[in-house]
Ligand binder design. Sequence first.
Ligand code: TRP
Length: 367
Amino acid sequence: METQKQIILTGDRPTGRLHLGHYVGSLKRRVELQNSGKYDEINILIADDQALTDNADNPAKIRDNIINVVLDYLSAGLDPEKTTICIQSALPALHALTFYYMNLVTTARLARNPTVKSEIQMRGFADEGLPVGFFAYPVSQAADITAFDATVVPVGEDQLPMIEQTREIVEKFNRLYGDTLVLPKAMIPENETQRRLPGVDGKAKMSKSLGNCIYLSDTPKTVKQQVNGKMFTDPTHLRIEDPGHTEGNVVFTYLDALCTDDHFAEYLPEYKNLDEMKEHYRRGGLGDGKCKKFLIQVLEETLSPIRAERAKWEKDIATVYDILSAGTQKARETTNATLARVQKAMRIDYFADRAIIKEWEKLLKNK
Ligand code: TRP
């Protein structure tokens, strides 16, 4: 048997610009995976159909944010020469696969998905009524993943139930119709801060509605305001000489996620690394203002190249459009091929060849 190709598929709902939480939790790693040379294929899906499952009343929001998300991808270092970027709604094979997979999943099973459960609460669907499309989006996500024959799906922890659901669908499909679909594996961020960068206000998650995000496209002025105006440090660290706490201190959480020893060499050479700085803070004698100033420098070192790239791409939206169009065309071929394989396995590939004429004739003769 030929060795299994290593194929990555992941995606985002285009409902807003990407923020530092996205960068730390997924975007940065996608770029590393892309550049590692270890994968045969990397595909990134802009999941606009999935975004519509809870935004059916506002398709314009999705349309507008597709360009924002692509610009964030390109400016963070995703390279269309190495990574295929495509739009979900323009891949009709995904819709067909979703329809077949829906027969392999029970409503009881979908109702148990913990991520969907909490999203239903958050969106008020428990009271208003639950759209079928939203309830079933994990099935469509299984279609996304399997259509690309993905072996590895880099996602946040909250997406693990979707990968689990996908694996069940793959196993059931292969059992019923013969070995056809590839069994994928989730890949989640290695450490705690990467998994969930808190908002600048220290709340569990960056979220647009809480106004606690730092967006990749924010200006230096906004970044500074978010850090200086919204980040609480340690409430017991009143005077500089007081001993401080670094655990649960947002400034240090962000530094954990972003800073390197090089940042110290450049901006704060009195410490070799974050451990030394933390040690000083805990002992007392290191002021919050100085910590925040350093954090702003680290943030700028991270964000300014992204901002500069974005400014370039923003001047050339026609090229961005062509990148999306080419990526989607390539993805259409990939996903159509999977659909053909699936329909063949299910024996519903009626127009794949004319052999069925003989088969039907024979059937009628034997009657
Ligand atoms: N559900 C994912 C999210 O909200 C987005 C997504 C859609 C996705 N299709 C996917 C992620 C396929 C991984 C693989 O972030």
